[in-house]
Design a protein around this ligand. Structure first.
Ligand code: PLP
Length: 216
């Protein structure tokens, strides 16, 4: 689907929700995609991208950033503490802060590097065993802990269980954000971003709808 079609669907969803057009940030999820497809989207002027693996992003984004000015790169996949430094140097935002050990590492590195990406706390709204994220019941305490470490927490992120109604998870995430005074809501993917925008998403993470199916 052409990028313009996605941006117009986003604009329509913003209008339907009574929200300002342009208030939702589109993160084009470029993981696994061939470089030509990514370059085509860059050529159209889009600059905000998401990757789920530090190593993969480190292989392609420094080159693109040299070629195209103003790239805004988001890490949307799980982060191991031993890759935290590299991630902080490479990404402008990290959407997968989900445990005290990682928060402490990020805080220490932020001191050392004198900068820190914008952070989102990932919440495992479906309480799925295999999925990353803090449990909803632990979210308030973990957000407070991050703030206690002076981390720049901008908002929350979730990935709803595939077989459940996504809106319930988006609404839960929005509720947790609101009671914690957080503005950012990273939620909504190719199949459900309009629902996410209706429920307050500030960042939608869209991959296959823009780039086509991923072939692993
Ligand atoms: C891959 C991925 C996406 C994009 O998924 P699509 O269904 O291709 O839009 C969004 N968020 C996360 C965390 C992902 O890993």
């Amino acid at each position: 689907m052409p990028l313009a079609e996605i941006t117009s669907r986003i604009a329509k969803a913003e209008q339907n929700a009574g929200r300002a057009v342009g208030s939702v940030q589109l993160i084009a999820v470029s993981k696994v995609q061939p470089n030509e497809r990514i370059e085509a989207v860059l050529q159209q002027g889009h600059r905000c991208f998401g990757e789920n693996k530090v190593q993969e992003a480190a292989g392609k984004w420094p080159g693109f950033s040299e070629q195209f000015e103003g790239v805004d790169l988001h890490l949307i996949g799980p982060l191991q503490t031993n890759k935290a430094r590299q991630a902080m140097e490479l990404f402008d935002s990290i959407h997968s802060v989900d445990r005290p050990k990682l928060a402490k590492t990020l805080a220490r590195l932020a001191q050392e590097l004198g900068k820190c990406p914008e952070l989102f706390v990932q919440v495992n709204t479906g309480e799925e065993e295999q999925k990353a994220g803090v449990l909803p019941a632990d979210a308030d305490a973990f957000i407070a802990e991050c703030r206690g470490l002076d981390l720049p927490v901008k908002g929350l992120m979730c990935i709803p269980p595939v077989e459940e109604e996504a809106s319930l998870h988006f609404a839960l995430l929005a509720k947790i954000a609101e009671r914690n005074g957080l503005q950012g809501l990273s939620m909504g993917m190719s199949g459900d971003f309009e629902k996410a925008i209706a429920l307050g998403a500030t960042h939608v993470r869209i991959g296959s709808a823009i780039f086509g199916a991923r072939t692993y």
